[in-house]
Write a protein that binds this ligand. Structure first.
Ligand code: SAM
Length: 290
């Protein structure tokens, strides 16, 4: 099959009634808004978006005039049946988020799943996504990777997840807010070691776009001097097998020895580290006696 026959350049019939269109919007650079996306959004009867005020500003620039309806994490449950009803009546419906691809750390999956269950076709008009943009520009392995999005803030769940991320062999992608970036880097340095490869993508596609790496230690040094500002996507290199099994144990032992030399009991040191790392206390206690 020739290349020309694989590509199509026209979608004259879009939008179709009763179809849910998931539409990607720019993550910074407005030039990344695809002609197909703009065309579709200017033709649908309803656009479900996270923040109607935010999206109105974008649409004003592109002269998109559609009826905007809010669809965010606080009204998902009431909105999904309303939007399904609209699809059933033959409305043309598009879903966008504030930036990037809906459903990626943004609302969307509940509506997509409900639409499919109700027999509606779902079509994605792809666009930028911070996670993929950061991954492919990181220089870290892309063959196998996992996406964690935002990590939980509750200590127990966060520590358990961080502990599992530190042992993950695939490249891991994480979203983080600027005011929590240093905390995350310190947690990763503790669990993964300062030499672990990392690439932090800042302000992708925007004027002040930059990449900070190549190791956790170097990134920490950088952000000690430069206050984190803007939007960040973290791409963490996977754990090499030998490092998971030996070095991380050594680090755990060293951390507990530090507490013990400060006058704490072995029991306290193991408990304290268990709460910080998510490792079982008994396992840590056994390490002290190794
Ligand atoms: N749905 C979006 C996507 O497809 O990328 C992600 C939405 S999530 C609520 C927002 C987070 O994505 C930010 O806090 C940041 O971690 C990351 N992000 C978004 N835009 C970015 C950019 N231009 N540069 C770096 N990271 C970005």
């Amino acid at each position: 099959m020739g290349l020309e026959t694989d590509y199509i350049s026209e979608h004259q019939n879009e939008p179709n009634q009763g179809v849910l269109y998931i539409v990607g919007t720019p993550i910074g650079n407005l030039e990344d808004f695809s002609p197909r996306a703009k065309n579709l959004l200017s033709k649908v009867s309803i656009i479900a978006c996270e923040d109607t005020r935010h999206s109105s500003k974008l649409f004003k620039k592109f002269k998109v005039k559609a009826s905007l309806i809010s669809f965010h994490k606080h009204n998902i449950h009431s909105r999904v049946p309303q939007l399904l009803e609209a699809l059933k009546k033959g409305e043309t419906l598009a879903l966008i988020s504030d930036a990037g691809l809906p459903s990626i750390s943004d609302p969307g999956e509940e509506l997509v799943s409900a639409s499919r269950l109700s027999g509606h076709k779902v079509i994605c008009i792809p666009g930028p996504c911070a996670a993929m943009t950061a991954l492919v520009s990181s220089g870290l392995p892309t063959k196998r990777f996992c996406f964690e999005g935002f990590l939980p803030s509750r200590t127990k769940y966060r520590n358990l997840l961080l502990s599992s991320i530190s042992k993950e062999k695939r490249t891991t992608i994480i979203y983080e807010a600027p005011h929590r970036l240093l905390k995350l880097l310190k947690e990763l340095a503790f669990l993964c070691g300062e030499e672990r490869p990392i690439q932090i993508a800042r302000e992708l596609t925007k004027k002040h776009e930059e990449q900070i790496g190549p190791t956790i230690g170097k990134a920490l040094q950088y952000f000690d001097q430069n206050k984190p500002r803007g939007e960040f996507t973290i791409v963490l290199g996977g754990a090499p097998k030998e490092v998971i099994d030996t070095k991380s144990d050594m680090e755990l032992i060293e951390a507990m020895q530090k507490l013990i030399s400060n006058g704490e009991s072995k029991n306290f040191a193991a408990k304290e580290l268990a709460s910080k790392t998510g490792y079982p206390k008994n396992y840590l206690y056994s390490l002290i006696h190794k």
